[in-house]
Design a protein around this ligand. Structure first.
Ligand SMILES: Cc1cc2nc3c(=O)[nH]c(=O)nc-3n(C[C@H](O)[C@H](O)[C@H](O)COP(=O)(O)OP(=O)(O)OC[C@H]3O[C@@H](n4cnc5c(N)ncnc54)[C@H](O)[C@@H]3O)c2cc1C
Length: 321
C-alpha cells in the first residue's frame, strides 16, 4: 500500500490541532491534520472567553482556522485515526531512528516523522431525562464559558460526582439564586455548611427530568413530583480521554486519572509524540488549548531541526577506519 510521508501528522483538528498546524505550516513543515469533526464544544451556539473571538460560534472558529492553515500548505483530511505505530527506520532522521505509521479508518496509511495528538475528551453527564438534549444549551458545565449569559437567573447545580459542591460554590459567583440538587451525591455535613454559608439552597431527592417548555429549560423535576423552577442548570461532568487507545498504544505514560503525562511543551514519554489541548489537560479552555497546540508545534519544529542537524553532521563526518 502506498504511504505518504509527512513531517508532522496532527490527529484532531480542534483549537489545539489547528493552532499547531498554523505554526508548523508557517515553519514550512509538511503537515497533515486528520480530523473526525466532533469538537467538544460543538453543542454550544457560542464560544466565550477567547480574547478577540468572544461569542463566535465554535464551528466558525474552526472554519476560519482551517482556511488560515490552508494558506501555508497544511493539508486537512476529514477522517479518524484508528492506530499509530512506531516504526524503527534505518535512516535515523526521526527521534532515535523512529517514525510513525498512522492508520486511518478505511485503511489509508501515512508516515510521520512526528505525531501530535489533539483529540480532546468526552464528557460523562448524568443519565437524567432531558440532560443530553439540553447539553451546551441550558444544561451547562463551565461557568467561565456560560455563567455571564445566565447571570442573576435562577440557577441549579446537579450533584453527580465529588466536586459537585465545589461547582455550586463557584456558580454562586454568577447568581444569588442557586439551588444545589443533591440528586445522586451524598453531601457531607461540612459541605452542607459551606453551601448554606454561601446562601445556596439544598434540595434533596432524585432528579428525574429537566422540564422544557418552548425549547427552554423551565424547571427541574424530582421523583416525588416537585418541580423547582430554574432557567439553567450546571453539572460537573466526568472528563475522560476518548477510549481510542492511540497514546496508550504508543507506550505513552499515563497518570492515575488516565490522562497522558506531558512536559511543558506537550512532549509525551514516547519519542516523537506530543499531545496538546484537552487530551492532555482536562482543564484547557479553547484559548489555552490553542496555546498548548502552538507550544507543542514550536517544540516539534525544534526537535525536527535538531534531528536534521544531527543527520547533516553524520553525513559530513569523515569515515574513520
Ligand atoms: C458544551 C461545551 C461548551 C464549551 N464552551 C466553551 C467556551 O465557551 N469557551 C471555552 O473556552 N471553552 C469551552 N468549552 C471547552 C472547549 O470545548 C475545549 O476547551 C476545547 O474544545 C478543547 O480543544 P481541543 O482542540 O483540545 O479539543 P476539541 O475541540 O474537542 O477537538 C478535538 C478534535 O479531534 C477530533 N478527533 C478525536 N479523535 C480523533 C481521531 N481518532 N482521529 C481524528 N480526529 C479525532 C475530534 O473530532 C475533534 O474535532 C466548552 C465545552 C463544552 C463541552
Amino acid at each position: 500500500m502506498e504511504t505518504t510521508k509527512y513531517d508532522v501528522v496532527i490527529v484532531g483538528g480542534g483549537a489545539a490541532g489547528l493552532s499547531a498546524a498554523l505554526v508548523l505550516g508557517r515553519a514550512r513543515r509538511r503537515v497533515l491534520v486528520v480530523d473526525a469533526g466532533a469538537p467538544r464544544n460543538a453543542p454550544a451556539a457560542h464560544m466565550q472567553g477567547f480574547l478577540s473571538r468572544d461569542g463566535m460560534p465554535p464551528r466558525e472558529l474552526l472554519a476560519v482556522g482551517r482556511a488560515e492553515v490552508a494558506r501555508y500548505g497544511v493539508e486537512i483530511l476529514d477522517g479518524t485515526v484508528v492506530c499509530i505505530e512506531v516504526l524503527v527506520v534505518d535512516d535515523p532522521e526521526g527521534a532515535g531512528g523512529i517514525e510513525h505509521r498512522v492508520v486511518l479508518s478505511g485503511g489509508v496509511e501515512l508516515t510521520a516523522r512526528r505525531v501530535l495528538v489533539t483529540t480532546g475528551v468526552s464528557d460523562e453527564i448524568p443519565e437524567v431525562s432531558g440532560v443530553r438534549e439540553r447539553w451546551g444549551r441550558d444544561l451547562l458545565h463551565c461557568p467561565y464559558c456560560h455563567g455571564w449569559e445566565v447571570r442573576d437567573e435562577p440557577l441549579g447545580v446537579l450533584g453527580s460526582i465529588p466536586g459537585s459542591v465545589q461547582h455550586a460554590l463557584l456558580v454562586r459567583q454568577w447568581s444569588a439564586d442557586v439551588v444545589f440538587f443533591a440528586h445522586a451525591y451524598d453531601t457531607t455535613a461540612a459541605e452542607r455548611e459551606q453551601l448554606e454559608a454561601r446562601g445556596i439552597r439544598i434540595v434533596t431527592g432524585e432528579v428525574t427530568r429537566l422540564v422544557v417548555e418552548s425549547d427552554r429549560l423551565t424547571g427541574v423535576e424530582l421523583a416525588d413530583g416537585r418541580v423547582v423552577e430554574r432557567t439553567a442548570v450546571f453539572v460537573r461532568p466526568g472528563i475522560h480521554p476518548h477510549p481510542d487507545g492511540l497514546l496508550a498504544g504508543l507506550g505513552c505514560e499515563m497518570d492515575q486519572t488516565g490522562f497522558v503525562k506531558v512536559d511543558a511543551t506537550g512532549r509525551t514519554t514516547s519519542p516523537g509524540v506530543w499531545a496538546a489541548g484537552n487530551v492532555a489537560d482536562p482543564r484547557a479552555q479553547v484559548i489555552t488549548a490553542a496555546g498548548a497546540g502552538s507550544a507543542a508545534a514550536i517544540a516539534i519544529n525544534a526537535d525536527l531541526v535538531q534531528a536534521e542537524v544531527d543527520r547533516a553532521l553524520r553525513s559530513s563526518a569523515p569515515d574513520v577506519a
